[in-house]
Ligand binder design. Structure first.
Ligand SMILES: Cc1ncc(COP(=O)(O)O)c(C=O)c1O
Length: 355
């Protein structure tokens, strides 16, 4: 339970489409993917985030990526100017590790921003000092967040988009858990752009099939947003990015056009949250996450608890300390609810006993 790798059965259509398109393994894939893939992604964004039709130009605003991890890394290489004076990258705290590596390797200073309303909330970058914002070139935000499952509401997203435009930085919005939610469908950064008049300036969003469709091994996602940023990103990726093979693009196209398997997947995560609530809900450190599939449990000393769980119950979880800075994660463990119901029930029963 230490890795966010979905163990649910992948949709059958993946194998079917890969077999149907096997002839395409003999072709080099174009770096910008296929027109069908780009259109499926644009149509999905338009439907999911209630965008005006035509807001997303599939050819100028969408690029396939070999999983969003590489894309979240490479966006920093695209955006950070090597000649700037002490460029800053804003990151949530706690955070997904790739953001830090991306900032450091691009030569920027990572600035870790804790949740505005405590350790299970989202950061509000608009409260940062002028001195930091003036040097900011890139800001990562993740909603629903890994690890704590916090969801950014539309007001926060609008505020952050406006801030990015005022200070001229790019908002890299990691929405790879957007389809794993409990009771309320999370808003997205493009929805905020639509509410602010429809411009995509300064905003790029990252979407993945790894969690939505339980195919982390397919390595397929996309980036969409500001056509100027996307053009620079496409240029960088044409040198150093991994193009997605055409059979995989065909399977991914079919997945973005199907919601039935996503509904089923979401129900399974909800059922696991119900199990967690039943077994752990009475603990003071438990809060049911509104999105994502992690429990972010306050346990006193997260590292000590993780060690005890491994030694005494053979359960592997991640100490929150490894996903945060400045002591923000020390009290927590992160538990990935990625297994089947029976395994989850067994593991959480043992976990509750040990804790
Ligand atoms: C917050 C977050 N962003 C991005 C990713 C990358 O996912 P992928 O590269 O499979 O699209 C992960 C994977 O665990 C994640 O937790």
């Amino acid at each position: 339970m230490s890795i966010g790798e979905p163990q649910h059965t992948p949709p059958a259509l993946v194998t079917r489409v890969l077999a149907e398109k096997a002839g395409l393994w003999g072709k080099y894939p174009p770096a910008n993917g296929s027109p069908e893939f780009r259109q499926a992604a644009a149509d999905w964004l338009t439907w999911r985030f209630k965008l005006p039709v035509g807001m997303i130009d599939a050819d100028k605003c969408v690029l396939p990526v070999a999983g969003t991890r590489e894309a979240l890394y490479l966006i920093a290489q695209t955006v950070i100017s090597p000649t700037a004076d002490r460029p800053v990258v804003l990151l949530p705290n706690p955070f997904y590790q790739v953001y830090v590596g991306a900032a450091v390797m691009a030569g920027a200073e990572p600035v870790f921003v804790p949740g505005a309303h405590g350790p299970t909330s989202q950061p509000d970058y608009s409260t940062l000092p002028e001195e930091i914002l003036a040097r900011t070139q890139l800001a990562y935000l993740c909603s629903p967040a890994n690890p704590q499952g916090a969801v950014a509401d539309l007001d926060l997203l609008k505020r952050t988009v406006k801030l990015a435009r005022r200070y001229g930085f790019v908002l890299a919005m990691d929405e790879c858990y957007s389809e794993i939610w409990d009771t309320i469908e999370p808003a997205g950064a493009l929805e905020a752009c639509a509410a602010l008049g429809g411009s995509l300036d300064n905003v790029v969003v990252f979407h993945s099939l790894s969690k939505r469709s339980s195919v982390p091994g397919l390595r397929s996602g996309f980036v969409a947003g500001d056509p100027k940023v996307m053009a620079a990103f496409a240029r960088l990726r044409s040198y150093g990015g991994a193009a997605t093979p055409l059979p995989i693009l065909a399977a991914a196209t079919a997945l973005w056009r199907d919601e039935a398997h996503v509904d089923e997947n979401r129900s399974l995560y909800r059922a696991k949250l119900d199990i967690a609530q039943r077994l752990l809900g009475s603990r003071s450190g438990f809060s049911r996450p509104p999105g994502g599939f992690f429990l972010w449990l306050a346990v006193g000393d997260g590292e000590k608890a993780a060690l005890a769980l491994w030694q005494q119950a053979k359960i592997r979880v991640l100490p929150g300390k490894y996903l945060a800075r400045d002591g923000v994660g020390d009290r927590f463990i992160r538990v990935a609810l990625v297994h089947d119901l029976e395994t989850t029930e067994q593991a959480l029963t043992r976990l509750a006993e040990i804790l």
